[in-house]
Design a protein around this ligand. Structure first.
Ligand code: CP
Ligand code: NVA
Length: 302
């Protein structure tokens, strides 16, 4: 990871270890350790989709690193009226010191990063959500002391979360099983890229056997609202509930990127149980993203 974080392909294992060491320090010594890595720097936070965690954790994180976060609603920018991504990248590079962007197309942020002379961080596209998965991995490391665990993702196997989790399995060697119906099976190219760390399985009960972590995500991702009825009916057998969790390891933990929809992808008997570590996971977004920003801005200052 040098200038950009567009997918987890941008980070190698030794950088990940360094990132998590820094995350630990930032978390333990919040308010005293940060330094001023973003002092005098303005970071644009462009959002084309809704957000609670990502927006707030980046705004707070940039502020805590001494920088100035600028929230930019993409629908109010000229890009929403046809200005090209490349022109936007050129212009913003002359005002800002970094861009965090949540949008639809992964291609658009790849283009933005190619043209921009400043760092670009992916805050979610239809295809990937690397910041989320870095926080998830850090949460697993915190709870288990190792990433040598079995994680099972249950639900929409073609979602941005599933795609990024698969890349995380390849990055760390973690065992990942994706349980989904055939209609929402993982992308074949990513499955092949991440073999032998990732398996796909249609049967959620079979998949969660011996799982240390069970992870799910919404059945209707942002931008897919028109498919809501079909998704809810096809994915219904993949709800994460106490009955499903009873087939996993004895001290299994539940992960969810949030927002959660109780009664859809997760039942309240899991979401609100002691198995759930979703709020620790959400908190870690802040600490991990501060570490990402710190590493990138240190790199480019060298
Ligand atoms: N998990 C996540 O990215 O949440 P938000 O959509 O609220 O940012
Ligand atoms: N897959 C979900 C993740 C939300 C954080 C979405 O894209 O809406």
């Amino acid at each position: 990871m040098y200038k950009d974080l567009l997918t987890l392909r941008d980070i190698n294992r030794s950088e990940l270890d360094e990132l998590f060491e820094l995350t630990g320090k930032l978390k333990r010594e919040r308010g005293t350790f940060e330094g001023n890595v973003l002092k005098g720097k303005s970071i644009g936070l462009i959002f084309a989709k809704s957000s609670t965690r990502t927006r707030v954790s980046f705004e707070v994180g940039v502020h805590e690193l001494g920088g100035n976060p600028l929230y930019l609603d993409q629908s109010r920018m000229q890009i929403g009226r046809g200005e090209t991504v490349a022109d936007t990248a050129n212009v913003l590079s002359r005002y800002l010191h970094g861009i965090v962007i949540r949008t639809f197309s992964q291609q658009d942020i790849e283009e933005l990063a190619r043209v921009a002379t400043i760092p670009v961080i992916n805050a979610l596209t239809d295809e990937y959500h690397p910041c989320q998965i870095l926080a998830d991995l850090y949460t697993i490391l915190e709870k288990s002391g190792t990433l040598n665990v079995k994680t099972v993702f249950v639900g929409d196997g073609a979602s941005n979360i599933a795609n990024s989790l698969m890349l995380a399995a390849k990055l760390t060697g973690m065992q990942l099983v994706v349980a989904s119906p055939r209609e929402y099976a993982p992308c074949q190219a990513i499955l092949e890229e991440c073999a032998p760390y990732v398996q796909w399985c249609e049967d959620p009960v079979e998949a969660v056997k011996n799982a240390d972590y069970v992870y799910t995500d919404v059945w209707v991702s942002m931008g897919f609202e028109e498919e809501r009825a079909k998704r809810l009916s096809t994915l219904a057998p993949y709800q994460v509930n106490a009955a499903l969790m009873s087939h996993a390891a004895k001290d299994v933990k539940f992960l969810h990127c949030l927002p959660a929809h109780r009664g859809e992808e997760v039942a309240a008997d899991v979401m609100d149980s002691d198995m759930s570590i979703v709020f620790d996971e959400a908190e870690n977004r802040l600490h991990v993203q501060k570490a990402v920003l710190s590493m990138i801005f240190r790199n480019i200052a060298k």
